[in-house]
Design a protein around this ligand. Sequence first.
Ligand code: 5AD
Length: 339
Amino acid sequence: MKDRIDEIQDRRTLDDEGLRMLLDTRDDAMVEALHERAREVAEERFGKRVYLRALIEWSNVCRNDCLYCGIRKSNRTVRRYALTREEILSSCENAWSHGLRTFVLQGGENPPAALELAGTVAEIHASWPEAAITLSLGELPVETYRLLKQSGADRYLLRHETASPEHYARLHPTSMRLETRIRCIRALKELGYQTGMGMMVGSPFQTTEDLIRDIRLIERIRPEMVGAGPFIPAKDTPFGNESPGSADKTLRLYSILRLMFPKLLVPATTALSTLLPDGRRQGILAGANVIMPSFTPATRRADYALYAGKSHEELQTIERELSAIGYAVSPFRGDYDER
Ligand code: 5AD
């Protein structure tokens, strides 16, 4: 087992059996050793520094009907909104004045609205040319991805959710296909976006083998970022009564990703801290190096409920938590660094 940790660190990969063992072992000492090794690797690269991203949830209008998601199209209980251009710019201003150097505009999948957003992206780029702009707007025509890139976007997050086509089909309506998702991710990379993919941990029907397939897909695509959080049931969805995913497994995954891809940007996700009170702290200590505090206007946060109890990360809390474990916020943009 110990040699598995050596092997994944030295070879930056591991066979299926080794991954299965790291993901499933009940040996707590080994899991602690895994986290410790990942933490060392992260520290060697990034120091005891964490990159912050200002999350601006710009709209919850979505054309998709993912079975797990609280803002799925057929959830009639959601009060739909889209931030105005002014609200988006003032959220950016707020984030910038607090020292954040990445703005993440995230929203439901809404291609016409995404196209219209290009103007606002250009304005953000012109107003804060030193800030990075990340988009997370779902599957869009390549032409829209291109236009948004030309408007000043630097990065794009599009989780693949699960690398198994059969599993994907059980989480999504038939109109959605894993193939399409992967095609979009590849297109984003080709357009020069720093690209993030990722999956939920412990979504209904997921097996360890599915998670291993996620890791293999990540090895093939080589994204710059991987976001992974535990599944959390969302009310008024078909999976509203399912059990949540495991925080422990999520943390193991962060460590595995850190050891396989030392340069990777790995957020300690909001879903993890929703499930685990000190999830951010534990995530960082397991090798994650990014936190995404919310800069969504307070009046809209409750309407962006992807899952039950979705917490919103507050900047002061994050700074306090980090300093308690000897870490600090990085003042830099935190682009993916090839070297
Ligand atoms: N639990 C955890 N994560 C969820 N997401 C959506 N719904 C849930 C849920 N119920 C995640 C998906 C999506 C991201 C924006 O939020 O992975 O890509």
